[in-house]
Design a protein around this ligand. Sequence first.
Ligand code: KG4
Ligand code: ZN
Length: 332
Amino acid sequence: MKILGIETSCDETACAVVENGREILSTCIASQVDEHRLYGGVVPEIASRLHSESIVGVCEEALEKSACKLDEIDAVAVTYAPGLIGALLVGVNFAKGLALAANKPLIPVHHIKGHAAANYLAFPKLVPPYLCLAVSGGHSQIMVVRSYTDFHVLGRTIDDAAGEAFDKVARALGFPYPGGVFIDQAASRGDKSKYALPYPKTQNEFDFSFSGLKTAVINLIHNAEQRGESLDKDSLAASFQHTVCDILCTKLVNAIKLTGRGKVALTGGVAANSGLREMLTARAAELGAEVFIPPLWLCGDNAAMIAAQGYYEYMAKNTAATDLNAYASLPL
Ligand code: KG4
Ligand code: ZN
């Protein structure tokens, strides 16, 4: 079964064709990052307008690269939540029009479930149940993926997402948006034990809180600037990255112990972080747990993951009518 996936929840206009939830026939992304970089972050109205401009071309390109004609596609899957509402509406309405015109089923996909499905494209042997840590610019959560469509959230961030904290600290360090990757690069040159940073506490042991940690780093930078003291940027990046990774991995390891799950998957834009990939691999190995980490090109937002999850949603009969709406936030 061939599914055309559409993703417009943030600042990537993406379309892809995936067969049976596992095989990518094409995946195309038009990134808006250069436009948003001018403003230091995503500007929602600009995102919606750029999606409107790009979506037809990206969809045509995805079909062309997959060597499929529209009538050879079996269904259209689209991210309908969560995300920037104006951005989501562009994708949802485009998908509706396409599904209606081509007389194909319409499949709504939750963005976080889509991120989890990125691992199915890389690892044919990964099947639920397993534990999944999704860390992106908008989300940080530990989930038990009970089946392809049934997710149980063990913990989530109570304030900033991990990627948001990376981006804000990066901005304070003078890196361009989105700064996660620049922190990653700087961290590789720094000493992670040079700056002692706080480990925020949360009531639920599987929840995250990154706001206090982010503020502590930003205050440290501002204080150094005001006093005219020099700052070892690379070591501060390394200390911050290590602290975030330690928080994420410690909670995930506790979740592995609690649930007895022997399989753990990482996903989302922050899954591209080299420190996190390394630490999770090492800590899961100590427990004998199997780790699944997507290749870098499947970590960030893409439509192949939406088409992959769309396949499993279709199998579970989760299709939508033409009154499908988009939602800025929606529980799993
Ligand atoms: O999944 P994604 O593309 O979009 C959302 O759904 O939010 O994630 C984007 C986030 C950004 O915050 C970006 O800085 C972060 O992923 N990111 C990284 C790295 N590469 C991307 N964070 C840390 N280290 C990286 N190498
Ligand atoms: Zn995402």
